[in-house]
Design a protein around this ligand. Structure first.
Ligand SMILES: [Zn+2]
Length: 284
């Protein structure tokens, strides 16, 4: 059976060490110690160097006793969002919460600890299983940087589960939206607003005209878009020559995502060009 007491102790141990994004070293070392204790073949890749962190992804392999079974991957991420230094979990009414001045770090230590418990139970009960590949990524928060740095040839599994989602026990997420971040700089031309406004091209007005033509919000049942951030201008007596706009598009359908992102980029560029300005568009 699952050992609830052991899960609780492991959870407290893991949220008790530093694991801020790109500074997961302590959590990784604790995990490697645990995995080695479970006779897993453990290594760390060089993702830390690639993304400017102090720690790479931790990969482990556990030989199965059923050679005919598919190789299964279990994955969770090591990092957590700030503030996550000095987490002191509280226990009340069967719930674990943070002390209030930090996050709890259950995202994603709950996943890490669940994987460790699964292996322990598997070992204790001598359960039949195929080879297992464990993948613990760094810097998931803010853009899956650890996962993106994984070397594909290091992945041996036929299928896998990532333990990092909300929802009732047993719920499996099989598809999530793709996302594009669209950063736009609208360039106009500066001028003194009182003396010679006709010499300027107001970038804020340009941005407004483009935004008025932009399809955003709910596009269809699979696709959304949002203008989330805008900044520009210096003073009321200066025609602003630059406005920055940050937007996003999401869709579960890759073609629709491409189409929506293209529409957004083209709208800014077309409107800017029509008035003699320019739009620089950066898509990530
Ligand atoms: Zn997470």
């Amino acid at each position: 059976m699952i050992n609830k007491q052991r899960i609780r102790e492991e959870f407290v141990a893991f949220v008790g060490v530093t694991a801020e994004t790109r500074a997961e070293r302590e959590a990784a070392d604790l995990l490697k110690q645990r995995l080695t204790g479970l006779q897993a073949d453990v290594r760390e890749d060089n993702a830390g160097e690639k993304i400017g962190g102090n720690c790479g992804n931790v990969l482990a392999y556990i030989k199965g006793n059923r050679p005919d079974a598919p190789v299964l991957m279990l994955s969770a991420h090591l990092d957590c969002v700030a503030p996550c230094a000095g987490i002191k979990p509280r226990f009340k009414d069967g719930l674990i919460t943070s002390g209030g001045d930090t996050v709890l770090g259950s995202d994603d230590k709950a996943g890490v600890v669940a994987i460790l418990e699964a292996i322990r139970v598997m070992r204790e009960q001598k359960l039949p299983h195929g080879d297992l590949q464990l993948v613990f990524t760094v810097a998931e928060e803010g853009g899956l940087h650890g996962a993106k740095s994984l070397e594909r040839e290091s992945l041996k599994a036929d299928l896998g589960y990532v333990l990092d989602a909300e929802g009732p026990p047993g719920e499996v997420v099989t598809i999530t939206p793709g996302q594009d971040s669209i950063h736009v700089i609208m360039h106009g031309k500066t001028a003194h607003a009182g003396m010679a406004p006709e010499e300027g091209l107001n970038a804020i007005v340009l941005a407004g005209k483009a935004l008025a033509q932009l399809q955003q919000g709910r596009i269809d049942e699979e696709t959304t878009a949002n203008v989330g951030l805008i900044s520009g201008g210096i003073a009321t007596n200066i025609v602003p020559d630059k406005v920055e706009i940050s937007c996003e598009a999401r869709s579960r359908n890759p073609e629709k995502l491409t189409r929506q992102t293209r529409h957004m980029a083209e709208t800014f560029q077309r409107v800017a060009a029509a008035y003699g300005g320019k739009a620089e568009v950066d898509i990530k």
